[in-house]
Design a protein around this ligand. Structure first.
Ligand SMILES: [Zn+2]
Length: 66
């Protein structure tokens, strides 16, 4: 199920991204990166789904495809 973590923003292609790991008490916790945040366009993307996350939305573990 491992997919490569993008090295740039899927939206604006900026490499100024932050890789976010959810905390252990988060229901979507995964032992690794779950979310990509772009410092340039401020958008958030799921590590697996590659989809833009709405405010407050979390990337489900494995993109919800378990
Ligand atoms: Zn971006």
């Amino acid at each position: 199920m491992l997919t490569p973590i993008p090295d740039r923003c899927p939206h604006c292609q900026s490499k100024r991204i932050t890789l976010v790991e959810y905390s252990y008490d988060d229901p979507n916790h995964y032992d690794g990166v779950s979310e990509i945040q772009c410092k340039r366009c401020k958008k958030r993307f799921g590590r697996w789904s590659k989809k833009e996350l709405a405010p407050g939305e979390a990337e489900k573990i494995y993109g919800g495809n378990t």
